[in-house]
Design a protein around this ligand. Structure first.
Ligand code: KIV
Ligand code: NA
Length: 265
C-alpha cells in the first residue's frame, strides 16, 4: 500500500492520470473512502455546511478543523490528506497563518493544508511553505469570501477576473504550491490554467480539461437533496436509503416486531 504523496500527484499529472479527490470529516467515512482507493481526501471547511449546518464556511474554527482532521487521519492509510485552513486563521497576518498551519500539521498528522486566495495571501503561503508545510491553493469561487462576492454563481466569466485568476495561478505555482483547486469557473479557462501550469489542477465545477476532480462527499452520495448545481453528479441516493431505513426501524419498534426472539439474550 503505497502512500500518496504530493510528489506522486505531480507524476500523475505528467503521466496524464487523473487525480480523484473527495471530502471526508469523520473516521468511519474516511475509512470507506480511503479503502475504495481515493487519491486525495480533503478535510474541507465545507464541514461547516454539511456537518454543522451553517449557511457559510465562515464560522468554522481552527479547533473544529483539527478535530475533523484527527478523526480522518485515524482512518486513512493510503490517500494524501489535505486539511482546509479555516476563515480567519491565515488572512492578513502571516505569523498567525504559520502558527495555524503548524497546529494543523502537529495535532492532526495530515499531509498538507489548503488555503483560499492568490496575491492577497501570498505572504502567508510563503511563510507556511518555509516551515516545510505543503500548500494546496484554491482559486475561483472561494466560499470564505462569499460576503465579498455576494453569490455562489460561476466566477471569472469576465475578462478582468479571468486574467487575475490566471495570474494568481502562476503566482501560486511560482511561490511553491504543489497543486491548486479551481472552483466553479468556465471549463475553457480551467483547461488553459491546467495546460499552462506544471502542478496538478483539481477542479470542482471547472470542467474536464483539468488534472483531477473534487466533490463534497454529502453532495455526491445524495445525503443532502437540497443542493443540485449543474456540476454535481450524484452517485447514490443515500437520503432515501437512510430515511426509509429509519422509518422501517420506527415501525418495527412501534409494532413490537423488533427485537424478535433471535435478537435478544
Ligand atoms: O471545503 C471544501 O469541501 C472544499 C472543496 C469544495 C474544494 O474546499
Ligand atoms: Na473549503
Amino acid at each position: 500500500l503505497r502512500k500518496v504523496t504530493t510528489h506522486r500527484l505531480a507524476e500523475m499529472k505528467q503521466r496524464g492520470e487523473k487525480i480523484s479527490m473527495l471530502t471526508a470529516y469523520d473516521y468511519s467515512m474516511a475509512k470507506l473512502i480511503d479503502e475504495a482507493g481515493m487519491d486525495v481526501i480533503l478535510v474541507g471547511d465545507s464541514a461547516s455546511n454539511v456537518m454543522a449546518g451553517n449557511i457559510t464556511t465562515l464560522p468554522m474554527t481552527l479547533d473544529q478543523m483539527i478535530y475533523h482532521g484527527k478523526s480522518v487521519m485515524r482512518a486513512v492509510k493510503r490517500a494524501l490528506v489535505v486539511v482546509d485552513m479555516p476563515f480567519g486563521s491565515y488572512q492578513g497576518n502571516s505569523k498567525e497563518a504559520v502558527a495555524s498551519a503548524i497546529r494543523i500539521m502537529k495535532e492532526t498528522g495530515a499531509d498538507c493544508v489548503k488555503m483560499e486566495g492568490g496575491a492577497e495571501i501570498q505572504e502567508s503561503i510563503i511563510r507556511i511553505l518555509s516551515a516545510g508545510i505543503p500548500v494546496m491553493g484554491h482559486l475561483g469561487l472561494t466560499p470564505q469570501s462569499i460576503n465579498k462576492f455576494g453569490t455562489y454563481t460561476v466566477r471569472a466569466k469576465e475578462e478582468a477576473e479571468a486574467q487575475k485568476l490566471v495570474e494568481d495561478a502562476h503566482l501560486l505555482e511560482e511561490i511553491g504550491c504543489f497543486s491548486i483547486v479551481l472552483e466553479k469557473i468556465p471549463a475553457k479557462l480551467a483547461g488553459e490554467v491546467a495546460r499552462e501550469l506544471s502542478i496538478p489542477i483539481i477542479g470542482i465545477g471547472a470542467g474536464g480539461q483539468v488534472d483531477g476532480q473534487v466533490l463534497v462527499m454529502h453532495d455526491m452520495l445524495g445525503i443532502n437533496k437540497g443542493f443540485s448545481p449543474r456540476f454535481l453528479r450524484r452517485y447514490a441516493d443515500l437520503s432515501t436509503i437512510i430515511t426509509d431505513s429509519v422509518k422501517n426501524y420506527i415501525k418495527d419498534v412501534k409494532t413490537c416486531d423488533f427485537p424478535n426472539e433471535s435478537e435478544q439474550y
